[in-house]
Each structure stands twice: as structure tokens, then as C-alpha cells.
Design a binder for this molecule. Structure first.
Ligand code: BGC
Length: 269
């Protein structure tokens, strides 16, 4: 793979599994040094396994434990990474989870956990990244931009999702946070965009693909006729993080096999 991110430092939150792990591997292949963030002691072995794969493929990185919903931990993560590597060029604001429930039964804990990680976590990490990008400014040998933030949103920033009001609210929130800060900092050469994955085959949605029946039912929602893979998102992330997308800021890039094309209307309304 062409080393479009050579010499750049990328923090990927929630990188011990799923989309975050896949994105870390592809960014490393593109030449970035990756900070594989994971939340708790229990996720460390999985993060280490991602790092081992990356090193075996000739890439570079470290693992870093930090709960992105905790302000003091996020501030320390950025300070430690900047102390060790000099700066941060790319933030993949990826950490996210689901706590599904019918709305009437949803507990405040389920609501707060999802908003805390998916939305507040993205706010805290983006804020620290923006501070560093403003401090460093553009260094032409690194990139045309002072820094790049990619927020992992979802098709559910636009598709309402019964039984998942907390999750859909977090993703709708990400959309306007992303666009607002993209607008605020474009003049400082900071590019901020979202990727909106559809159904990607990862642990978060195992129930939707683990049996042939479940997969068949899922595919009625995907015009392109297959479930997505973490590499589909990783390739989009490399593009958004590289100078190839230098004129792109404030967009929601849907990588969803057409899930947002209202497939139910493909014959007649
Ligand atoms: C969710 C998955 C779901 C997909 C498509 C994602 O944001 O995390 O569970 O399969 O959207 O509905």
C-alpha cells in the first residue's frame, strides 16, 4: 500500500476490536504510527493482538488504555502521546457502544453510558486534538492540513432506529458537533469529517449476521448485497486522513452499501 500517511501520528479510539482495529491496521499500512486506544484492563490483550498484527506487517504503534468518557484520562492520553511522539496528526474518534432497550424501559444508566462514550468521548478527544493542531499549525512535510479528525458516526445519524434511541441520539449529535467544529476551524487548516458506516461485520452487531437467516434479513436493507468489512471503513479513513482529500471538510461520508438509499422503495412506494 502506498505510504500516504508516512511519519504521521494517529490516535484511534476504541481500537481493540471491530472497526477501530481494522482502521488501525490500514492506517499503519499507510505509514502512520498508530496509538491503539482501548478502555479497560480487560481489553488490553485484544489491543496487544492488534499491535502484534501491525508489527508483523511492518507497521509501528503502541497500545494505550484510556476511557474516552473520562476527561482526566483523555487529557493524559494526549499529553503522554505528544510527550512520546512530539505531536498528533490524526484522530480517529471511533470508540462507541450500544446499550439497546425499548424507549419506555430505557434506564438512565443505559442512556448515559451511550452518550458518555459515543458523544462526550468524541467531544473530549476532538477538543484535545484541536488544541494540539492549533499549537503546531501546518508543517508542510507532514501534511497540507494542521490536523485531521475523523468521527465514526453511523447511518443512524440519519436513519431513525427504534429500540436504540440513545445510540441514534449520540450519532445525530456527532453529526452537528462534527459540522460545527469543521466550520469553526477550517480557517486554521483543520479538517474534520465523519464516516457513517452501515452494517459492518463486527462484534457490535453479531446478532444481525451470525445466522444465515439473520444475515439474509439484514441484506434486505443493503442494496449492494453484502455485509461491510472493517477494511471498507479503513480505506475511507485513509482517504479522509490523507492529503488526497485536502479540500474535504465537514462531510458525512456514508460507507453503507446503499443502506441510506431507502431500499424499501426500490419497486414502488
Ligand atoms: C450499528 C450496528 C448496525 C448498523 C446498521 C451501526 O451503527 O452499530 O449495530 O448493524 O449501524 O444498522
Amino acid at each position: 500500500m502506498e505510504k500516504k500517511l508516512q511519519g504521521q501520528i494517529a490516535i484511534i479510539t476504541g481500537a481493540s476490536s471491530g472497526i477501530g482495529a481494522g482502521v488501525s491496521k490500514i492506517l499503519a499500512l499507510a505509514g502512520a504510527t498508530v496509538i491503539i486506544n482501548h478502555p479497560v484492563d480487560a481489553t488490553k490483550p485484544a489491543a496487544e493482538a492488534v499491535l502484534t498484527d501491525i508489527k508483523n506487517a511492518g507497521g509501528n504503534g503502541i497500545t494505550y488504555q484510556c476511557d474516552v468518557s473520562k476527561e482526566d484520562e483523555v487529557i493524559k492520553m494526549f499529553a503522554d502521546v505528544i510527550a512520546q511522539f512530539g505531536t498528533v496528526d490524526i484522530l480517529i474518534n471511533n470508540a462507541g457502544l450500544q446499550r439497546d432497550s425499548s424507549f419506555a424501559e430505557m434506564t438512565l444508566a443505559q442512556w448515559n453510558t451511550v452518550i458518555g462514550v459515543n458523544l462526550t468521548g468524541q467531544f473530549l478527544c476532538a477538543r484535545e486534538a484541536v488544541k494540539e493542531f492549533l499549537r503546531r499549525g501546518v508543517v508542510p512535510e507532514r501534511s497540507k492540513a494542521a490536523g485531521k479528525i475523523i468521527c465514526m458516526s453511523s447511518v443512524h445519524e440519519v436513519i431513525p432506529w427504534g429500540g436504540h434511541a440513545n445510540y441514534a441520539a449520540s450519532k445525530g449529535g456527532i453529526m452537528l458537533m462534527m459540522k460545527s467544529i469543521a466550520q469553526e476551524y477550517a480557517g486554521k487548516k483543520i479538517r474534520i469529517n465523519s464516516i457513517c458506516p452501515g452494517a459492518i461485520q463486527t462484534p457490535i452487531n453479531k446478532a444481525a449476521w451470525e445466522t444465515p437467516e439473520a444475515l439474509q434479513s439484514l441484506l434486505t436493507l443493503v442494496p449492494y448485497g453484502r455485509i461491510g468489512q472493517p477494511d471498507d471503513i479503513g480505506n475511507a479513513a485513509v482517504w479522509l486522513a490523507s492529503d488526497d482529500s485536502d479540500y474535504v471538510t465537514g462531510i458525512s461520508l456514508f460507507v453503507d452499501g446503499g443502506m441510506t438509499l431507502y431500499p424499501g422503495f426500490s419497486t414502488n412506494g
